[in-house]
Design a protein around this ligand. Structure first.
Ligand SMILES: NC(=O)N[C@@H](CC(=O)O)C(=O)O
Length: 408
């Protein structure tokens, strides 16, 4: 099969053709023959996009599958143009920190969702690395679930056993969170200083234990110089940013929407939001990762933290390109290539992230001339709502290919 159209990678945008055979890309070039499928000039063809921070809520115990499961998360992902995701370990009780990881892998295989899932293992007080390579997640302070540290000393001691591992950090300092616990609003209970202090500590840990570190859902402008400075010293650290921290800020909060707009870390100031957009543009932030955290609307109204975002991933990317003037090449970097680079070591070296011979044929096609207004009835996530309802994005997902098959 030959697909033709405008192909985007971090190194450029070219009118070209892709030959697929089975689940593989076998050739890319301008004169491969008559195309079986041609995408118009309104469309951009990216290597399949990946969201490396989601909460699918599915595990052996199935206690949270009223909010989401592997299959509904996969449907939401495809709806949003996402071909692979990485799932966080905080969902079940107890969280996945030991060889019970293998049971979750089996459960995932039984569900057989339509997209690839990479599973994180948790790091909690006193845990030890698994006997095989996985990406790890450490919650520095409490968020949703029981996986977190009460003190940073405890985290330091535990991390000493994870030397050289791939560790993602939820950066909120538990002691500072405690100090602000009685403040009036969610943002005041989890202020920027919690994230800044935790950033300093995470960077120190990454350096001390030679970790391959990642800072999750980054949201404070004041922390960015710390990250740049650490990288300049050779510290191996990458960073995620979410759609909500790029699109919303505290000026969007009203008495009516506070429940829906609550997440950890919380919405920050306008200047923080602008700093995140600038840092995604200049490469300080490496991944558009949603922190898709589905809860029912009732739960959000009752004060639980987290927003669903998989369904709107691709449409949101068109907002970055058309409204915020990101180049398609930048989007290819933070939506396709960097997420592919993050998960490929756990799957296979040429699985995700590039439109090149030898890579798996997974593609995300965005139409920059077909706006979409987000409506609840178009949402696939099981929790059934989106913080973007009623918002019109300037483009939408045109097509999605997974392992050589068009699934949308
Ligand atoms: N981000 C959130 O606000 N919620 C996440 C937990 C987390 O990642 O902190 C969830 O699991 O609901």
């Amino acid at each position: 099969m030959i697909i033709q159209g405008t192909l985007v990678s971090s190194s450029g945008t070219f009118h070209s053709q892709i030959r697929l055979k089975g689940n593989q890309i076998v050739e890319v070039g301008s004169n491969l023959g008559d195309a079986d499928l041609t995408f118009s000039d309104d469309c951009l063809i990216f290597a399949g996009m990946g969201d490396i921070h989601i909460h699918a809520r599915d595990d052996v115990g199935e206690s949270q599958i009223y909010k989401e499961d592997f299959c509904t998360a996969a449907a939401a992902a495809i709806n949003g143009g996402v071909v692979h995701v990485a799932d966080m370990p905080n969902n079940p009780v107890p969280p996945i920190t030991d060889e019970s990881y293998n049971d979750k892998v089996k459960h995932l295989a039984q569900r057989n969702p339509a997209i690839h899932f990479t599973l994180y293992a948790g790091i909690g007080p006193g845990t030890r690395p698994l006997s095989f390579a996985v990406p790890y997640k450490a919650y520095m302070g409490p968020s949703v679930g029981d996986l977190f540290f009460r003190t940073l000393e405890q985290l330091d001691e535990t991390l000493s056993h994870y030397r050289g591992c791939n560790v993602s950090f939820h950066c909120e300092d538990p002691i500072l969170l405690d100090e602000h616990a009685n403040a009036a609003t969610h943002e005041e209970r989890r202020p920027a200083e919690c994230e800044i202090s935790a950033t300093r500590f995470a960077l120190q840990m990454i350096e001390k234990y030679d970790l391959r570190g990642k800072l999750c859902h980054y949201s404070v402008g004041e922390g960015l110089p710390l990250i740049r400075e650490a990288r300049n010293r050779g510290v191996q650290v990458t960073c995620e940013v979410t759609p909500h921290h790029l699109y919303f800020d505290q000026s969007d909060l009203t008495d009516e929407n506070r429940g829906k707009m609550q997440m950890n870390p919380p919405l920050r100031t306008i200047s923080d939001r602008k700093a995140m957009l600038a840092a995604l543009r200049d490469g300080t932030l490496d991944y558009l990762a949603t922190d898709h955290a589905p809860h029912t609307l009732e739960e959000n109204e009752q004060g639980i933290s987290g927003q669903p975002h998989l369904d709107t991933y691709g449409a949101f990317v068109t907002w970055l390109i058309l409204d915020q003037k990101f180049t398609p090449e930048q989007a290819a970097q933070f939506c396709s290539e960097n997420p592919g680079h993050f998960v490929n070591p756990y799957v296979s070296p040429k699985k995700f992230g590039r439109i090149e011979a030898g890579y798996t044929a997974s593609l995300t096609v965005l139409n920059l001339k077909r706006p979409v207004t987000i409506k609840r009835e178009d949402i696939q996530t099981k929790c059934g709502w989106s913080p973007f309802e009623g918002i019109t994005f300037p483009g939408s997902v045109e097509a999605v290919f997974i392992e050589g098959k068009q699934v949308r």
